[in-house]
Design a protein around this ligand. Structure first.
Ligand code: PMT
Length: 399
């Protein structure tokens, strides 16, 4: 489990989104974390501490001077225990207090006393969020190494619309994971990743595509972001949510994908082609929907698409280039030949005929082949895990 054996202290300050922190506590616990909650007195007026006690399975601390049974000096004990401190929602008030060294209640005191990473999840009215004082306080905290999750834009409790919404739980979970496990292996590096299957248009309503879900490419992009890279994800159409912290470029067909990859390639340090590119496209793309009344049988003539990865290999100027091979037979042999022909530094070979590997599912089975001829074979694992391995191996070779 993601947060197994990790102690996460969740600080809840008095914003209207305090009720959303209940979902966060529940998620963290479901992912294996031992969660302790500290609430400000105002947060405890909005949501009862009993809710957080039930969800975390631990006593909730509000009052600094309450009768404490478990801890000697509680703010110090929780501060020491924490592997991560998440402040959600973080009001302008708690941000301002910490930025200015004020420690006047249990939450602010514990934050000041911890050496763990602190992740603030600001959530407030747009004007408050954009107030230069709040912005300056956040800037100051960032300069001291405090982390922030960017709020979302949308409808706010004050019946206005703008930036300040409590982010999606998946976003906060991803940021928490980055705070705990990220090692900044790719700090300062620009990485482009492609994902998903291209759609080659037949007419305005039909296309040729494949079974790629985009999961493997998205997992690699997330792993690179977690390691501090500046990531661009060139994504074909997928059903996946937009990942946090990554620049998105959406494309539909192979020629758009080629254009997008080329646009980013010269300035990148590494490119990873996980997209499943259609080798062919219809030679003619009908402007109007093809009617069955017009044809008894229909033949679609196909033209070969550019080999995007081959093109990137040809114009390589120091970039680390990673390709995939989706094969159904002689996987390693075909992989080796693609690695060489496309001038790659690393190739991820997956036998897409094996159960639990390749297209669409949440797991993959892969071998990593390297330019120097050596090879590593991995058992079935989640696409997330494989994404981390690919990024770790790549970062090691890019040093
Ligand atoms: O998206 P998921 O559902 O998670 O599935 C993951 C995956 C199976 C799509 C992924 O693991 C994978 O194997 N991606 C590569 C699929 C593919 O196109 O393989 P290929 O062997 O046909 O191509 C070899 C390499 O050349 C690939 O890196 C491909 O992106 C690239 N290519 C292929 C054809 C083409 N015209 N241009 C290319 O750049």
């Amino acid at each position: 489990m993601m947060f197994e054996n990790k102690h996460i202290v969740v600080g809840i300050s008095g914003g209207i989104a305090a009720f959303k922190a209940a979902g966060l506590v529940s998620q963290l616990r479901q992912k294996g974390a031992e969660v302790h909650c500290i609430m400000t007195a105002n947060a405890a007026k909005l949501v009862t501490p009993i809710t957080f006690g039930e969800l975390s399975g631990n006593d909730v601390t509000v009052d600094m001077f309450a009768n404490i049974s478990k801890w000697d000096v509680e703010h110090i004990a929780l501060a020491k225990l924490a592997d991560l401190f998440v402040v959600a929602p973080a009001t302008a008030d708690i941000i301002g207090k910490v930025a200015n060294g004020i420690a006047d209640d249990m939450l602010s005191t514990t934050i000041m006393a911890t050496k763990a990473k602190v992740l603030f999840v600001p959530s407030m009215n747009t004007n408050m969020y954009e107030n230069p004082i709040v912005q300056a306080n956040m800037e100051k905290l960032r300069s001291f190494g405090y982390e922030f999750v960017e709020p979302e834009s949308g409808h706010l409790a004050c019946n206005t619309s703008g930036k300040g919404r409590f982010p999606a739980l998946t976003t906060i979970m991803d940021c928490a994971e980055k705070c705990i496990y990220g090692r900044e292996l790719l700090k300062g590096k620009k990485i482009i990743v492609s994902a998903g299957g291209t759609q080659e248009k037949i007419d305005p309503v039909r296309f040729i595509s494949n079974r790629s879900s985009g999961r493997q490419g998205y997992a690699i992009a997330k792993a690179a972001w977690m390691e501090g890279a500046d990531v661009t994800l060139v994504s074909c159409t997928t059903a996946l949510p937009t990942p946090y912290g990554v620049k998105m470029v959406y494309v539909q067909d192979a020629r758009e994908l080629e254009k997008a990859m080329n646009a980013e390639y010269d300035s990148c340090d590494a490119a990873i082609m996980a997209a499943a590119v259609s080798d062919y496209r219809p030679t003619v793309q009908a402007d109007q929907k093809i009617k069955k009344e017009d044809f008894d049988s229909l033949h679609i003539d196909l033209t070969q698409n550019p080999d995007i990865l081959y093109g990137l290999g040809q114009k390589k100027r120091g970039q680390f280039l990673v390709g995939f091979a989706a094969e159904t037979q002689d996987v390693i042999e075909h992989g080796k030949s693609k690695l060489k022909r496309k001038n790659l530094d690393m190739l991820v070979a997956n036998d897409v005929a094996m159960p639990g590997a390749g297209f669409n599912g949440t797991t993959n089975i892969a071998s990593l082949l390297y330019k120097d001829g050596h090879m590593e074979q991995y058992p079935k694992m989640s696409k997330d895990e494989l994404g981390h391995i690919i990024i770790e191996k790549m970062a090691e070779l890019m040093k």
